[in-house]
Design a protein around this ligand. Structure first.
Ligand code: ADP
Ligand code: MG
Length: 432
């Protein structure tokens, strides 16, 4: 991972790790002030949010959000259809703004746009979509400036709003994390997909030819979901999943560690056991043939089943896969499978974090000084899959020397990405 990080920072096509430059040279300080909106698009749901920032020392005075799920057909249609839907929901949310939020008279509302797909940014508030991930596939949006697409859709809705910042969710989470804890230097998302961002020294970015930020630092969006290496423990199941996916050959790391895929890997293994070892009897249960029928939240519910007769496992197998009369022994095997697949994912995610720590020299004690390092983590997988997050944290401690591991903490940043985008909109406001 560390080697690929160097390569990706050296030149644009240097590595499968894109190491995208975020154009964020300064993270929030706490002085941000005023009313700002954020829109977070990146998976199955999108969120809209508004915050009233108090300025120096006062923090967040008010905040409100709404969450809307994206109709699956819009994930594979046209750019206009997707952005029209989003802009319409945003307009509804803005219309509900109460008197506790206040905007100077005559001023246009400003928005931070969290867009969690690979984007080649040309400035803090513009950038073109490199490709879709996580089940999205809208051909006419690829190569377009997503801020321009959103701005046009807002105009069509009659919504007067200015996009001041375009950020990846990892960058938003990093910004949100830093606002509450100044030791935050990296952010990792483990949700439907996975990605990471961290603070890099500008000197270590040979491919950056732009102006040098005063801080001497730049936030890098690694797009680590696309990491690939001959050292990854890939199996036949992974190869088959990849070949049959919407994006073969891409997002290989994501396909073994993130929420969209873990349940599907378990389904593939069970399917083979049914076919080759008659694990569920003489016939292969037809539902086991259906791709993505076993979702990661169901896998996690089975994995966490502590009842003596493993009834959660029994129920899930019956309800989802229509397999009844499973024995206790079979249920135990299913849990063991969940454990194997989740453990591999969590340990690899921890190894990725170690890569960032190594790259930034935070994996060792420097001149006898203990530098505190906080990594902000977010995403539904990390948040809800306890066995996974426990394993990730244990592995990270295992990989680090004891003295170092005491000063490296993983912290849950609850919806930092939305607030982070609003904070970055504030610090890049056109009214500054
Ligand atoms: P997104 O990544 O789509 O922006 P989230 O961060 O909320 O959204 O993550 C949602 C993902 O988290 C789901 O797709 C699922 O894979 C995973 N997830 C949600 N709930 C659970 C759960 N209880 N156990 C395991 N994984 C879960
Ligand atoms: Mg998200």
């Amino acid at each position: 991972m560390t080697v690929e990080m160097h390569a990706g920072l050296a030149s644009e096509a240097g590595s499968k790790l894109k190491m995208l430059i975020s154009h964020v040279g300064n993270l929030p300080t706490g002085n941000e002030k005023g009313l700002f909106y954020a829109l977070d698009l990146g998976g199955t749901n999108f969120r809209v949010l508004r915050v009233q920032l108090g300025g120096k020392g006062d923090g967040i005075l008010h905040q409100e959000f709404a969450e809307v799920s994206i109709p699956p057909h819009l994930m594979i249609q046209t750019s206009d259809a997707l952005f029209d839907y989003i802009a319409a929901e945003l307009a509804k949310f803005v219309a509900q703004e109460g008197p506790e939020f206040n905007l100077p008279h005559g001023r246009t509302r400003e928005l931070g746009f969290t867009f969690s797909f690979p984007v080649m940014q040309s400035s803090i508030n513009s950038g073109t979509l490199v490709r879709w991930t996580k089940g999205f596939s809208i051909a006419d949006a690829v190569g377009q400036d997503v801020v321009a697409e959103l701005t046009r859709a807002m105009k069509r809705q009659g919504l007067d709003m200015y996009v001041s910042a375009l950020v990846n969710d990892t960058v938003g989470t990093l910004a949100g994390g830093r606002y509450t804890n100044k030791d935050v230097v990296a952010a990792v998302i483990l949700g439907t997909g996975t990605n990471a961002a961290y603070v890099e020294s500008v000197q270590a970015i040979p491919k950056w030819h732009g102006p040098l930020p005063d801080s001497g630092e730049m936030v890098i969006n690694m797009e680590w979901g696309n990491f690939v290496s001959s050292h990854l423990p890939l199996t036949d199941y992974d190869h088959a999943l990849d070949v049959e996916s919407l994006n073969p050959g891409e997002q290989v790391f994501e396909k073994i560690i993130s929420g969209m895929y873990l349940g599907e890997i378990v389904r593939r293994i069970l399917h083979r056991m049914a076919e080759e070892a008659a694990f569920f009897g003489d016939t292969v249960p037809p539902k086991l043939e259906v791709p993505f029928i076993l979702r990661t939240p169901d896998m996690s519910a089975m994995h966490h089943d502590t009842s003596s007769d493993l009834k959660v496992v029994g129920n899930k197998l019956r309800q989802i896969l229509e397999i009844s009369n499973t024995s206790l022994k079979m249920r135990k095997v299913v849990i063991e499978l969940c454990n194997i697949v989740a453990t591999r994912g969590a340990r690899l995610a921890a190894a990725g974090i170690l890569g960032i720590l190594k790259k930034t020299g935070r994996d060792t004690v420097k001149n006898g000084e203990y530098e505190r390092t906080v990594i902000a983590l977010d995403g539904g997988l990390y948040e809800h899959y306890t066995e996974y997050s426990k394993c990730l944290e244990n592995t990270l401690n295992e990989l680090l020397e004891e003295e170092v591991s005491k000063n490296i903490v993983v912290e849950h940043s609850n919806d930092g990405s939305g607030i982070g985008a609003a904070l970055l909109a504030a610090s890049h406001s056109r009214h500054l």
